[in-house]
Design a protein around this ligand. Structure first.
Ligand code: ADP
Length: 562
């Protein structure tokens, strides 16, 4: 049944009962009222008239006139007030007896009159008693009926109070539960309400919607599964390791090569937390740490199958932080080539040193008069050869240093050193050069400077290289400042020139191997700054540049104090 019909019927029934109840109450009250009025009008008045007639009977002998008048008056009133069955007969009998009495005023006639009057009184008295009893009965009956109706109304009202809200809330509750189920992707949820209920349409639409969503999900699932299979084939066909993580760092996918270098089967990893797996797998730990850039971007070294392999690790963030893809690029072959190159350069530079040194030792002999005189042109040529030899020697020694760094065989022999010792060494080593270009070197050295704990040979080489660059890349007669700054934990050594400066766009690449600012005319290898950076980093220090074109450059090296 429809809720609306239920409400209409219940209220209609309640209204009908209340109306009937009201009508019955009005009727009964009216009835009781009429009964009371009747008693008053008929019986009570008859008793009143009879009593007055009785009074007259008792006073006929004392006051004939007054008694007769009273009797006549009340008899005529009584005659018009007949209400009971036998009352008329008795009244007529009384009238006849009165007429007899008027003819014969005897005591017996008076007694007969009194008896008839008393009969009328008794008759009306009985009628009053009976009518009052009947009114009481009606009232009693009415009371029972009214209680019955009131109870009926209360029952209907309670029924409405319980059933109607229930009839409304139950479907709403079912609907709410259904919506929650759907939102949890449980599309098999169905709603069913009474066919005639208003909610049957809602249930019908809901079930339709759930069915369509289920179909949509199934088709989507099919598409997702086929896309997943397709992706799996693609990923597994790539011979570089690939691992996909979701935003909770759970492993979404992993290709064969990745699971083989991690040495865990993909079945054991899929869906598992990479962080948990990383607890027992060093390689995975390194990869996971890299997500938050906790490790440097140096190539990842993996030792597997009795050989070393090197991988570049790339982290690709998925849109809206939904996960991350870790891609490893095998660079072992390049590493091997690089190593071969480093070995080659190392051998060449080492082998070159001996012939260059031999040339340099032989050159002064050319100028020796004992060997024979040489002319001015020959002397100038010998000078040029000497300079080029210097250059070759410095390049080959730089190359050798670089190969040492690259081969990882750089050995530091640190000792407590005063910064001024390093500065003095560098100034001494570049004096000839500075004199040649007439450069004026100023020292800024505060009174109290802490000591350093460094390999003085390496750091002195760095400062010498920076000072030599400052001289080379400044114009003649210029100033160069070399100074030291004491900081809380570090000591900064700076070499400042007022030369042509370096374009800020090269400030990063200037420390790369073989990089030279385009257009640089001074001879060089482009290795000095790269080696300086390596030396400083090996000490846990750093190097940076502050420079503007036309204003000169300032190289600052920073080292922890001892
Ligand atoms: P090299 O000096 O042998 O070329 P470096 O690594 O020492 O190699 O320097 C790299 C390049 O940086 C140089 O070629 C030069 O162009 C630039 N450079 C270095 N120092 C200075 C400087 N003080 N002023 C201007 N340019 C400089």
């Amino acid at each position: 049944m429809k809720i609306r019909t239920k409400i209409t019927l219940s209220i209609g029934l309640l209204l009908t009962i209340i109306t009937l109840f009201g009508y019955y109450a009005a009727q009964t009250t009216e009835h009781i009222k009429l009964n009371t009025e009747n008693i008053l009008a008929d019986n009570y008045n008859s008793i009143k008239y009879a009593q007055k007639m009785l009074w007259a009977v008792h006073h006929f002998e004392e006051d004939q006139a007054l008694a007769a008048t009273t009797f006549d008056e009340n008899l005529s009133l009584q005659k018009r007030n007949i209400s009971e069955n036998s009352e008329k007969t008795h009244t007529q009998q009384l009238e006849r007896q009165y007429k007899t009495y008027k003819i014969e005023r005897s005591k017996e006639n008076l007694i007969s009159l009194s008896e008839s009057i008393n009969t009328i009184i008794l008759l009306n008295g009985n009628a009053i008693e009976q009518k009052s009893k009947s009114a009481t009965d009606i009232a009693q009956e009415a009371l029972v009926l009214m209680i019955f109706f009131a109870l009926l109304c209360v029952i209907i009202a309670i029924f409405m109070l319980v059933r109607i809200p229930q009839a409304l809330t139950t479907p709403i509750q079912k609907l709410t539960e259904g919506i929650i189920e759907i939102s949890n992707h449980h599309y098999d949820k169905k709603l069913s309400f009474d066919e005639k209920s208003e909610f049957s349409k809602v249930a019908y639409s809901f079930n339709n919607m759930a069915q369509e969503l289920a179909q949509f999900q199934q088709s989507n699932m099919a598409r997702i599964i086929s896309t997943k299979q397709y992706l799996e084939i693609v990923i597994n066909s790539i011979d570089e390791p690939i691992i996909g993580l979701d935003n909770q760092n759970r492993i979404l996918f992993i290709n064969h090569i990745a699971s083989s270098i991690l040495n865990i089967s993909s079945e054991k990893m899929l869906g598992k937390s990479a962080l948990d797996l990383a607890l027992t797998n060093d390689l995975l730990r390194k990869l996971v740490q890299g997500i938050n850039n906790e490790v440097s971007d140096a190539p990842l070294k993996i030792y597997a199958d009795d050989k070393e392999s090197y991988f570049d690790v790339h982290y690709l963030s998925l849109p809206e932080n939904s996960g991350i893809v870790i891609m490893l690029n095998n660079i072992t072959r390049f590493k091997e080539l690089d190593k071969a190159k480093t070995n080659f350069i190392s051998i060449i530079s080492h082998e070159l040193k001996a012939p260059i040194s031999a040339i340099m030792t032989s050159l002064p002999l050319l100028n020796d008069s004992r060997i024979g005189p040489i002319n001015e042109k020959q002397s100038a040529l010998a000078q040029s050869i000497s300079e080029h030899c210097d250059c070759l020697l410095s390049i080959s020694s730089e190359l050798l240093k670089m190969t040492q760094v690259e081969a990882g065989v750089l050995q530091l022999r640190p000792k407590i050193t005063k910064p001024i010792e390093l500065i003095n060494y560098a100034i001494g080593a570049t004096r000839v050069l500075a004199d040649r270009f007439n450069c004026h070197i100023e020292i800024e050295y505060p009174e109290t400077i802490d000591k350093l704990f460094v390999d003085s040979e390496k750091i002195a080489w760095v400062i010498t290289n920076l000072l030599s660059n400052a001289i080379h890349y400044s114009s003649d007669n210029s100033r160069i400042i070399i100074g030291v700054k004491q900081l809380e934990h570090n000591i900064d050594i700076y070499i400042k020139d007022f030369g042509k400066g370096i374009d800020p766009r090269y400030h990063k690449t200037i420390f790369d191997r073989y990089f030279r600012v385009p257009g640089t005319k001074v001879q060089g290898s482009g290795l000095g700054l790269a080696i300086s950076k390596d030396f400083l980093e090996a000490h846990g220090g750093s190097i940076r540049i502050e420079s503007e074109i036309g204003k000169g450059s300032c190289f600052i090296i920073s080292l922890a104090k001892a």
